[in-house]
Design a protein around this ligand. Structure first.
Ligand code: FES
Ligand code: MG
Length: 600
């Protein structure tokens, strides 16, 4: 029962496998093996599109595990619309479980998925997104191959609760750790408090990297409107899975591809939405990577130019109070987009996966709970975007100025003549182990004006760029009520942390960045107003240190432990440009530019 009302615009690529009159031998071979689990020849040769379901869920990846259930409804939708579903696994990525860091696996999952989308008889694909890195990995692969693709979020967990208060995933860890350091709770109480934040299937219920990236996938136009925020266990989630399956079949007929949706305008929309939701500092890394794989020009400075002035509208932890369920009930992404549209800050003509523009989709979206989503005129905070910094410490790093607390401001930014700049003594840690060993050592002389540095934590150094830059203060300072020190580093920070850190420094120490030349005891000057970050030493001294470093063979990092660590270290770029496998960015729209792969 193929749907002839909507004839495909282009010949389906799956025909080259299952219905190729020029090569009956291979057609027979391709057919017989896919028949062996019960699909009929009639179906495979009916002209129905084959729709992949790129499955990121598994026992190893609990955040996305609910996709195993949702895929059943996706299949129903695909079949209902006249397609044939074929589900297959994507290399799992679990943000919290994968050592040394899940960021190492984003490019591996990307590579694997590119190979699957290109090398198998797939006409379109449903990307099952969710946990932090699964979203960019899937969108990057869809960008490279450029067959019709739609994303389906797994949805956030239900709200966490402890003694009548919302406990948000990730965010509660930082708070609970401080409580334990201050002696307010013991170890058992610590575990119990943290576990309360994860009451159901789904991804982190805070505005961490997962909620950020799923919201941005919708803002980019790659999900059905209003679908990103639906909590994982809700029946609405099942329903949108079905609709997503239905819709991808039409997208194949319309030949609506990622490159038609994720244009420069779509990225500009996403950058602005990111500020308004209080999105994670991981977003620039991932969006810049997706853009590069599409060939869309996007620069780290675009994040400041387009996003910095946008106010914070979404009142979710860690910046605010609420959690994922509240975000959905308040109106989710469309309500946020509608606020920005009211100010002319959204390119309304950007096309989305449902075949309509983002303007059409979001124009009438209303805020249903003004505590959770604020209006543009009465925001939670002003200027919620990122400031880009550069100097002799690095070519670029970013900071979310809106997370600076009044207490932090008083300690670091108290000079009335220069209220956006501070100087301090640097204390440098080479990796998180070094930090954990020494942070509480009084001999380091850390005080309330010290600037903590983390290096060796980047794409090459760690390897994979770890979320280790936000360092808690020494216990002796926490006991005095000083919880956050200025932190700078060439690693990342969890989106669930609200710490005022300077992050994603590029190039990293292991790639010869200025951080490699820094020494404990150096004075550093950070000027948030002018966007500079420098070691206060002479150029001669800096040059001398560089010569010495080069003579020693560069900044040291641990040996490769797996083949992939070695491969990635050899090919990976820096965070400012998306931490991509550099050679892979020259492969663009391979389904169009490279033709079909040769016969098996
Ligand atoms: Fe998977 Fe937060 S750890 S979404
Ligand atoms: Mg993370």
């Amino acid at each position: 029962m193929s749907d002839h009302s909507n004839p495909p615009k282009t010949k389906l690529r799956s025909r080259a496998w299952f219905d190729n009159p020029d090569n009956p031998d291979m057609t027979a071979l391709y057919l017989e093996r896919y028949l062996n689990y019960g699909i009929s020849q009639e179906e495979l040769q009916s002209g129905k599109p084959i729709i992949g379901i790129a499955q990121t869920g598994s026992d190893l990846s609990p955040c996305n595990r609910h996709h195993l259930e949702l895929a059943k409804r996706v299949r129903d939708g695909i079949i209902e619309s006249g397609g044939i579903p074929m589900e297959f696994p994507v290399h799992p990525i679990q943000e919290t479980g994968k050592r040394p860091t899940a960021a190492l696996d984003r490019n591996l999952a990307y590579l694997g998925l590119v190979e699957l989308l290109y090398g198998y008889p797939l006409d379109g694909v449903v990307l099952t997104i969710g946990c932090d890195k699964t979203t960019p990995a899937c969108l990057m692969a869809a960008a490279t191959v450029n067959i019709p693709a739609i994303a389906l979020s797994v949805g956030p967990m239900l709200n966490g609760w402890f003694r009548g208060e919302r406990t948000g995933s990730g965010t509660i860890v930082w708070k609970a750790r401080e409580m334990m350091a201050a002696g307010e709770i013991d170890y058992a109480g610590f575990i119990k408090l943290v576990a309360s934040s994860a009451p159901s299937t789904g991804y982190c219920n805070t505005m961490g990297t997962a909620t950020t990236m799923n919201s941005l996938a919708e803002a980019l136009g790659m999900q059905l409107p209003g679908s990103a925020a639906i909590p994982a266990p809700y029946r609405d989630r099942q329903e949108v899975a079905y609709k997503t399956g239905k819709r991808i079949v039409d997208m194949v007929a319309e030949d609506l591809k990622p490159s038609d949706i994720m244009t420069r305008k779509a990225f500009e929309n996403a950058i602005r939405v990111n500020s308004a939701i209080g999105g994670s500092t991981n977003a620039p890394i991932h969006l810049n990577a997706i853009a590069r794989h599409l060939g869309v020009e996007l620069h780290i400075d675009d994040w400041q130019t387009l996003g910095e002035e946008i106010p914070l509208l979404v009142n979710l932890q860690p910046a605010g109070e609420y959690l994922g369920e509240d975000y959905y009930h308040a109106g989710g992404v469309p309500a946020v987009v509608a606020q920005l549209m009211g100010q002319g800050l959204i390119h309304e003509d950007a096309l989305t996966a449902n075949g309509k523009t983002i303007g059409e989709n979001c124009r009438d979206a209303e805020i249903a709970d003004a505590n959770v989503i604020k209006t543009f005129d009465a925001p939670l905070k002003e200027r919620a975007g990122f400031r880009v910094l550069r100097g002799n410490l690095f070519d670029s790093a970013i900071m979310k100025l809106s997370v600076i607390s009044p207490e932090f401001r008083k300690r670091y930014l108290s000079n009335p003549d220069d209220p956006m700049a501070f100087e301090g003594k640097a204390v440098v840690f080479d990796g998180p182990e070094d930090y954990h060993h020494r942070i509480d050592d009084p001999a380091l002389g850390i005080d309330e004006n010290t600037v903590l540095f983390m290096r060796g934590a980047g794409p090459i150094g760690y390897p994979g760029a770890a979320e280790v830059v936000n360092m808690r203060a020494p216990d002796y300072l926490i006991k005095r009520g000083i919880t956050s020190l200025a932190c700078v580093g060439d690693g990342r920070q969890s989106g669930t942390s609200g710490s005022p850190s300077i992050l994603n420094a590029s190039p990293e120490a292991a790639a010869g960045g200025g951080l490699a030349l820094l020494k404990t005891g150096d004075r550093v000057r950070i000027d948030l107003g002018r966007g500079t970050a420098d070691i206060l030493i002479s150029d001669e001294e800096l040059a001398e240190r560089r010569l010495r470093l080069e003579a020693e063979g560069g900044f040291p990092y641990p040996d490769h432990q797996t083949p992939w660590q070695e491969i990635q270290r050899g090919l990976v770029g820096q965070m400012s440009t998306g931490m991509c496998l550099e050679m892979a960015t020259s492969y663009r729209s391979v389904a169009q530019t490279k033709g079909l792969p040769r016969d098996n």
